[in-house]
Design a protein around this ligand. Structure first.
Ligand code: PGA
Length: 258
């Protein structure tokens, strides 16, 4: 059975003081919401701070990127082993900002995914189409290509140790959320595609939706059958918004279990 997961992606935001204030609010307020799962993905320099703050809480730590290499002359790189040492459980790989702004190819994303798995981290693999791709009717082809690169590089079974995030690029940071039906359609497509190879793996695979999720629209998205939670950018920086989204995940989880 899949458990709802809400992961905050702080992106390149925050500082020591604002991180402390944000965590100081969300940690006690999420503590009683025990039936769903929560994570925050912090910028590298703050991993130690956030690791300390989250100790003993029900919020897991994640990073936003990882180097595909294990160690060596890779200036600026941060390895999966380093992330594990700082208590990361999750790491986002293949976020559209990494793909489009930093030019990461499907093959690089697959290698990063493999490095995360190898060091016992749970990759949150992001897939999603650009607006032009949606308008051209190639959403499913794009998402399939992004997934296939990871399956080709790491094997299908590796997906069993990962979380997927469907993030239509046109919905990220734009205020334009996919409708629950648009999200559900792509989530169901992804699950069916994987079920074609391994039904059990597909049934257990957590697929998050990301792209302008807010407290006001989270419940409708999380009510969709194949939407297992959210990857939250902007709204993860506002304590009340993030807590509202986490509550929506908890309510959806309790509805499923009832
Ligand atoms: P957003 O970002 O919630 O600000 O749209 C989502 C993401 O990029 O993961």
């Amino acid at each position: 059975m899949r458990t709802k997961l809400v992961a905050g992606n702080w992106k390149m935001n925050g500082n020591l003081a604002t991180n402390q204030a944000l965590l100081g609010t969300i940690i006690p307020r999420l503590a009683p919401l025990t039936r769903a799962r929560y994570a925050v993905c912090a910028p590298f320099p703050y991993l130690a701070q956030v690791q300390d703050a989250l100790r003993g809480s029900n919020i897991a730590l994640g990073a936003q990127d990882v180097c595909q290499f294990d160690a060596g002359a890779y200036t600026g790189g941060v390895s999966a082993a380093m992330l594990a040492e700082f208590g990361c459980r999750y790491v986002i790989v293949g976020h559209s900002e990494r793909r489009t702004v930093f030019g990461e190819t499907d093959e690089v994303v697959a290698r990063k995914f493999g490095a995360a798995i190898h060091h016992g981290l749970t990759p949150i693999l992001c897939v999603g189409e650009l607006l032009a791709e949606r308008e051209a009717g190639v959403t499913e082809a794009v998402v399939s290509r992004q997934l296939d690169a990871v399956i080709a590089g790491c094997g299908l079974a590796a997906l069993g140790k990962a979380v997927l995030a469907y993030e239509p690029v046109w919905a990220i940071g734009t205020g334009k959320t996919a409708t629950p039906q648009q999200a559900q359609a792509v989530h169901a497509f992804i699950r069916a595609r994987i079920a074609g190879a391994d039904r059990r793996l597909a049934d257990e695979l957590v697929i998050l939706y990301g792209g302008s999720v807010k407290a006001a629209n989270a419940s409708q998205l999380f009510a969709m059958q194949d939407v297992d939670g959210g990857l939250i950018g902007g709204a993860s920086l506002a304590a009340d918004e993030f807590i509202g989204i986490c509550r929506a995940a908890l309510d959806a989880e309790e509805t499923v279990r009832a």
